[in-house]
Every structure is written in structure tokens, then in C-alpha cells.
Design a protein around this ligand. Structure first.
Ligand SMILES: Cc1ncc(COP(=O)(O)O)c(C=O)c1O
Length: 335
């Protein structure tokens, strides 16, 4: 057995440079590429008091020939603009945001790890208007930053089946904010998730307010069985994952019947008696669930291990991302 090198935890290391732009007097400034350093912010900044902030997360992959390819950046930029609109923040200009991402990758090329590592890109938008009386007034000044972080294989220790608490009491976010990638949603999920970890030794919480299955704190949820995939239909209550969309597309390509509809905890518990359950997102791609804990009872998902359909679908997406399988849907862009 080869020993794994010690890698820093996901997101704890940044590249040397970041890109920044500021919104003032109704327009965005030119982008600037700067060494990563603390940023100056008024203590009265809108974001610090009224949480006017949203962000994105996506990856760039290095191939064996040294070329670097970004995965579905346009979808992530569109989602960030939608988040900004919902939060009444100035919308980033898509061409400028793309140029910022390219500038950071280009400056930090040598920091992009080899597969199965990747460069994780993190655009961040914050309201900077200095006004502590602006609870019902939007920020008219804002900063846009693009950070980057080299990340390594999420599953370097092998794919471990996840243990998930099914919570039909708490909500992850306000109903209309679920589709917005904003810090407050993560703050809201933190308490229930930490409490569940302590009480039930679970990895994550699957939020199912009113009994309807939604998503976990940082990933979408799907059920699989031979030739079939079931996941919640898009609505404002949860984040519209780009990985979710990619996996649904691949499942359809594979001839699966893909159902997007509202379903409840009872149906999920029946499904997992013989089927599979998994979480999807940029960081983990597709992570298999081994156990669901619901109202104090443990429900084993299939055989309790990461299922074969989950493994196959994950491998199919990873192969495309890493340039080992053809990119039939035009998801990758060379930088
Ligand atoms: C709450 C939440 N749901 C779902 C996802 C998955 O989204 P994506 O596949 O675009 O990374 C994420 C991760 O960004 C998330 O934070």
C-alpha cells in the first residue's frame, strides 16, 4: 500500500494572487490582479451587518499535457448573477468575472494540482456601502473578489459511505433563499448540523421540512436504482447544483429515466431498502450514502456501502472533467 502525502484540508490554502473589482457610482472598476492579502472594509460595511454577500465554487483541472480546463464556469457565473439579483447586490458583469477567473488561473498556473486534484475557484461578492442604518436599503457599493485554492482528492482515504440525519423539523434556509448561494444559508444550517453530528455521529443533515426531501447543508441529494434516478424538481427552496445538472444529463445519456419531482421521506426510506442514495456537489462530485438516521431509527441504504451506480456515475463525470473521456456537452473550457 502506498502512503498518501499529508494534504491541507479543503479550502485552507489560497494561491498567491486574487482578482478584485469594485462597484461604485453605478459601474464596475477595471479588474486588478493582486497578491492575496487582507482587504480594507469599513466596520459599517453593509455585508457585516446585513449579510449582503454571495459566492460561487467551481474547479479547474490540469491534464497530463499541462493544459488547464475549467468546468462549466458559465453556469456558475449565471448562478452568481442570480444570487446577486435576489440579494439586491450589483450584478457582476459576466465577461469581467470570466476575465477575473482567467487572470487568477493564468497567474497561478503552477499552483493547479495534477488530477485527481484541482484548482477550486471562489468568486465572492460583498456589499461595501458604509451604513449601519441600511436594514431595508440595498448596498450600492460592492466588491467582487476571485480567490483560488488548490484542492486534492476529496476521497483520498477511499470512498466512505456517508451517515446522514433526516431532519423533517428544521429548514436549511428561508424558503425563497434556498437557490441563493449566500453565507446566511450556511450559518442557518450550521447549528442543526453540529447538533446532529454530536447526537447521532452523522456526517451531514438532509433537510426535509414538512417531510419533503430537499438537500444537505452543502450538497444536493439524489436516489438511484438500475435505470432510474429521482431528485427534487427545481424550485427556490434549494441550490440548483451544477453537478446535479451534469449528473442528470449523464444519467439521461445512459438511458436512465430521470424523475425530477417533490418526494417525501417515506418514499425515500422505501427506495433505499434496495436502491442507492448520494450527495452531489463540486467538492465531492457524487458521494454515496450508507445510512439514514430518521427519528432515532437507522435505515441502511442498500448494502450499506457506496453503491455501484453511484460509483459508475461519479467515475463517468470525473473522467470527463479530467479529460479522459470526450466532453460531449461542451462543459470544459481551456484556459
Ligand atoms: C447548499 C448546496 N447545495 C448544493 C450544492 C452543489 O452545487 P454544485 O454542484 O453547483 O457545486 C452546494 C455546493 O456548492 C451547496 O452549497
Amino acid at each position: 500500500m502506498t502512503s498518501q502525502p499529508q494534504r491541507p484540508a479543503f479550502g485552507t490554502v489560497l494561491t498567491s494572487h486574487m482578482a478584485v473589482a469594485a462597484y461604485q457610482d453605478g459601474r464596475w472598476s477595471e479588474l486588478e490582479l493582486k497578491p492575496v492579502a487582507p482587504i480594507e472594509l469599513s466596520p459599517a460595511a453593509h455585508v457585516l451587518h446585513y449579510a449582503s454577500t454571495c459566492f460561487e465554487g467551481f474547479k479547474a483541472f490540469r491534464r497530463a499535457d499541462g493544459s488547464i480546463h475549467v468546468f462549466r464556469m458559465d453556469r456558475h457565473i449565471a448562478r452568481m448573477r442570480q444570487s446577486a439579483r435576489q440579494l439586491v447586490l450589483p450584478e457582476p458583469d459576466p465577461a469581467q468575472l470570466k476575465a477575473m477567473v482567467y487572470a487568477v488561473i493564468d497567474r497561478c498556473r503552477e499552483a493547479v494540482p495534477e488530477a485527481p486534484g484541482a484548482l477550486y475557484l471562489r468568486p465572492l461578492l460583498i456589499g461595501t456601502t458604509a451604513n449601519i442604518g441600511a436594514a431595508a436599503t440595498p448596498a450600492v457599493e460592492a466588491s467582487l473578489l476571485v480567490l483560488a485554492s488548490p484542492v486534492w482528492d476529496y476521497f483520498s482515504g477511499g470512498m466512505k459511505p456517508l451517515r446522514i440525519l433526516v431532519d423533517d423539523v428544521n429548514t436549511r434556509s428561508a424558503a425563497q433563499m434556498g437557490m441563493v448561494k449566500t453565507g446566511g444559508n450556511y450559518a442557518a444550517a450550521m447549528g442543526p448540523t453540529l447538533a446532529a453530528r454530536a447526537r447521532y455521529q452523522v456526517d451531514q443533515v438532509l433537510f426535509c421540512p414538512g417531510g419533503e426531501v430537499q438537500e444537505t447543508g452543502a450538497a444536493n441529494f439524489m436516489l438511484l436504482r438500475e435505470g432510474e434516478l429521482l431528485t427534487r424538481s427545481l424550485d427556490p427552496t434549494f441550490l440548483h447544483g451544477v453537478t446535479r445538472d451534469s449528473l442528470l444529463t449523464l444519467a439521461r445519456d445512459n438511458g436512465y429515466t430521470v424523475s425530477e419531482r417533490v418526494f417525501e421521506v417515506g418514499e425515500m426510506l422505501e427506495w433505499v431498502q434496495s436502491g442507492e442514495a448520494a450527495l452531489s456537489g463540486t467538492a465531492a462530485v457524487l458521494a454515496g450514502v450508507g445510512t439514514l438516521v430518521y427519528r432515532g431509527a437507522e435505515h441502511r441504504v442498500g448494502g450499506g456501502d457506496v453503491g455501484p451506480l453511484t460509483r459508475a456515475l461519479r467515475a463517468q463525470l470525473v473522467a470527463i472533467q479530467q479529460g479522459e473521456a470526450p466532453d460531449r456537452h461542451g462543459w470544459l473550457e481551456a484556459v
